[in-house]
Design a protein around this ligand. Structure first.
Ligand SMILES: [Cu+2]
Length: 433
């Protein structure tokens, strides 16, 4: 019934958007989907008002069909397989082949029609978080509309009234559907592209899953004790880096659809919170920050000038949120000689992992169950990067084409600008305790 086209890494989304089958104009818009977690280049608008498109971290923007001046999108709610990072896949629910679903980009004043087809085993709906719209388009099943039953397609239609940052997610069996990754980003661009211009505009959602070691499906009853903390359903080192050329103005928009707050921190630069849930902040109300807390259900747009070349960490500042497969129900063994202990416990409890001190050594020496990420897994130019989860790198380079979003590799610092080992007099002997 539907034609189905898959996109893979590097496929030209702009070409695909203009190639939407003309013969299908009388039918539902073609379903465009991807099974890749690779970051796609921004989708330049092939029609409608011009704007600088956003770059979705480890994601992509949904092409549309322009029909009689209305932008028509087709979302398909369905089970998907998401690679959280190399070595771990999650069986999630999402949209158009992935979780999160594709980013939807429109322009202030656009008339938008979204077809939503339900291929889940249960009913769903879509709520357009933050939008001004007619009450009957708000997507709360039972309150504003009947739920979309399996196999049905519903149509949402409204005018994008306010430029800003938005999200979409189900408002039906939310504890199940959001715990399984049903969510997506929405950006409404200014009608005037000269307003608040930036050179790079990154977007992603904060999400969290509770996936027991060795399993694939998140538990849907977990409220707080998640073990997989992700940027756009990717955990470091699976998260793509964000890149910028020295001197460029960078915007990063983050939406939080987890069940706790996340203090998001950028190294080496100050930023301003230029946008909140309710729209753009006035320039006189902005103050510099290096960390901004994003509460549950909130969206924030931060902006800064890429002032210093390098590989700058960008992460949630809750240290347990920059860990993979974190188990919290473990005793504190800090200071204890752990090697013999771990061996003894390991003979009684297969797969036992202790915690508290010397974590990276423990990580290196312990076999992991299948489909399970080590807590800290990244490798950098100087050794292990003891991070996982909600962590990525902002890579600022002096030479980078303005439309280049590829990973430029590790930073090569100027000689004499890296912390170095003291090679002079040794420190005084430790006092006896
Ligand atoms: Cu966090």
């Amino acid at each position: 019934m539907f034609t189905r086209r898959k996109f893979f890494s590097g496929a030209g989304l702009a070409v695909a958007a203009t190639a939407v089958a003309r013969s299908a104009l009388a039918a539902l818009p073609e379903i465009v989907s991807t099974d890749s977690a690779a970051m796609q280049p921004p989708l330049s608008p092939p029609n409608g008002r011009p704007y600088r498109p956003v770059a979705t971290l480890n994601g992509w923007t949904l092409p549309w069909r322009m029909r009689n001046g209305v932008k028509e999108f087709h979302l398909v709610a369905e089970p998907v397989i998401r690679e959280i990072a190399p070595g771990m896949k999650a069986h999630l629910w999402g949209y158009n082949g992935q979780s999160p679903g594709p980013t939807i980009e429109v322009v202030e004043g656009d008339r938008v029609r979204i077809f939503v087809t339900n291929r889940l085993p249960e009913h769903t709906s879509v709520h357009w978080h933050g939008q001004r719209l007619p009450n009957g388009m708000d997507g709360v099943a039972g309150l504003n509309q009947a739920a979309i039953e399996p196999g049905q397609t519903y149509v949402y239609e409204f005018t994008a009234q306010r430029a800003g940052t938005f999200m979409y997610h189900p408002h039906a069996d939310e504890t199940t559907q959001m715990a399984l990754g049903m969510m997506g980003f929405w950006v409404t661009h200014f009608k005037d592209p000269k307003l608040m211009p930036v050179d790079r505009d990154y977007v992603f959602l904060l999400n969290a899953y509770d996936i027991s070691p060795g399993s694939y499906t998140p538990k849907v009853s977990t409220m707080l004790d998640f073990n997989t903390w992700t940027f756009n359903s990717r955990a470091f080192p699976g998260t793509a880096p964000m890149v910028a050329r020295l001197g460029e103005r960078v915007r990063i928009r983050v939406g939080n659809l987890t069940m706790t707050n996340h203090p998001i921190h950028l190294h080496g630069h100050e930023f301003v919170v230029a946008g909140t849930d309710g729209g753009w902040t006035s320039p006189g109300s902005r103050w510099p920050e290096v960390t901004t807390d994003i509460a549950v259900g909130q969206m924030r747009a931060i902006e800064f000038t890429a002032a210093a070349p390098g590989d700058w960490s960008f992460h949630c500042h809750k240290s347990h949120h920059t860990m993979n497969g974190m188990s919290h129900a473990v005793p504190n063994t800090l200071g204890a000689a752990q090697d013999a202990l771990a061996k003894q416990i390991g003979s009684l409890v297969p797969g036992y992992m202790n915690s508290g001190g010397a974590m990276s050594n423990m990580q290196m020496n312990m076999p992991l169950p299948e489909n399970t990420l080590p807590m800290m897994a990244g490798t950098g130019p100087y050794g292990n990067i003891e991070m996982g989860g909600m962590f990525t790198v902002m890579k600022i380079r002096e030479r980078l084409a303005h439309d280049d979003y590829r990973d430029p590799g590790w930073y090569n610092p100027p000689a004499g600008s890296v912390a170095y080992l003291w090679a002079g007099e040794p420190p005084p002997a430790e006092r006896e305790r």
